[in-house]
Design a protein around this ligand. Structure first.
Ligand code: AMP
Length: 313
């Protein structure tokens, strides 16, 4: 077993300036696992209600994702989230959150799950993230996501969870809020001082940045003319990032950099259509083509500035 994700499996209702969906498959673990499944074997730990049908389960199966650890509470309803995006699509306004079976979610890890080599702790209660981490003593690399709700309500629990992981993947506003630092570089330094090896900061349409103790790496977002629905972009990014890392024998700085590109590639596809629609029918060829585009977009040759050289002669 190479990659495990713990997080929400949901029904989402989403409204963007370009359209509306009343009920579609969503959730952090869903977006993450679909994305990661293009790179490695993935297993999901989550919970759904009796209203979660075969059609939804088939979406995971079609991508070869292991769903044995998705608990089904027949008498309950699946987590439901409803959101609306403004014209610029940058901020999601949450209209409704119905936790339903997710309210009492206690992740149950099978022996197989406990043997995972890499783990993504999706956005759930931070003490639960810490608890799950304790069961995964053999994991080589554990990453975590969180959200403003937990940072505001239980910041000390979020910090404690971060102290137990190797990689933190959050957005820029969350990094500032968490560190109480308006400057992103100082914010990163503070979060890294709690112990993680890398901090990955998602910056929406402006791309992503990665901070480690001694390096900084940043890339733009893929230039898209048609962004349709940003829901799940963050988790899809994390899925590409972790999926790629799990496909490698070891994780060095070069692999981390390529993982940032694969995360950005996957997120760029996710936002082109509603929910999981685009990622579900992606091909490896499309992924590789966009990976090459990123190389071309960001590559430049280092050539000494001639006038300066001549002047020095
Ligand atoms: P993102 O990648 O940040 O856009 O995450 C979007 C997904 O997060 C949606 O599909 C929602 O179902 C899910 N979500 C929204 N609010 C929560 C929450 N409080 N806890 C867990 N998952 C959530």
């Amino acid at each position: 077993m190479s990659l495990l994700v713990v997080g929400s499996v949901a029904f989402d209702a989403v409204e963007t300036p370009f359209g509306k969906r009343e009920r579609m498959l969503g959730g952090s673990a869903t977006h993450f696992s679909l994305s990661a499944s293009f790179f490695t074997d993935v297993r999901v730990v989550g919970v759904v209600g009796g209203d979660f049908g075969d059609e939804e389960m088939a979406v995971f199966r079609e991508r070869g994702i292991n769903t044995d650890d998705i608990e089904r509470v027949e008498a309950g309803k699946t987590f439901f989230w409803s959101g609306r995006y403004e014209f610029d699509l940058n901020t999601a306004h949450t209209l409704d959150t119905q936790l339903n079976v997710f309210a009492d979610f206690r992740p149950k890890l099978s022996d197989e799950s406990k043997r995972a080599r890499m783990v993504f702790l999706g956005n759930i209660q931070p003490d639960l993230q810490s608890e799950v981490r304790e069961h995964l003593r053999g994991a080589e690399l554990v990453a975590l996501d969180t959200m403003n709700y937990w940072i505001t309500s239980v910041p000390e629990q979020v910090e404690a969870a971060i102290r137990r992981v190797d990689v933190v993947i959050i957005n820029d506003a969350e990094a500032r809020m968490l560190s109480k630092e308006p400057n992103l570089i100082k914010a990163a330094r503070k979060i890294l001082s709690w112990g993680p090896r890398a901090l990955v900061v998602k910056r929406g349409e402006y791309g992503a940045a990665m901070f480690t103790q001694d390096s900084y790496f940043a890339i733009p977002a893929y230039p898209l003319e048609s962004v349709f629905d940003p829901t799940g972009a963050g988790d899809t990014f994390a899925g590409g990032f972790m999926g790629y890392l799990a496909s490698r024998a070891s994780v060095d700085d070069e692999a981390l950099r390529r993982a940032i590109i694969f995360g950005s590639v996957m997120a760029s596809f996710n936002v082109e259509e509603f929910g999981t629609d685009r990622v579900r029918r992606l091909t490896h060829e499309e992924i590789n083509r966009r990976f090459s585009d990123f190389k071309r977009m960001t590559h430049f040759e280092e050539i000494p500035f001639e006038r300066a050289v001549r002047a020095a002669e």
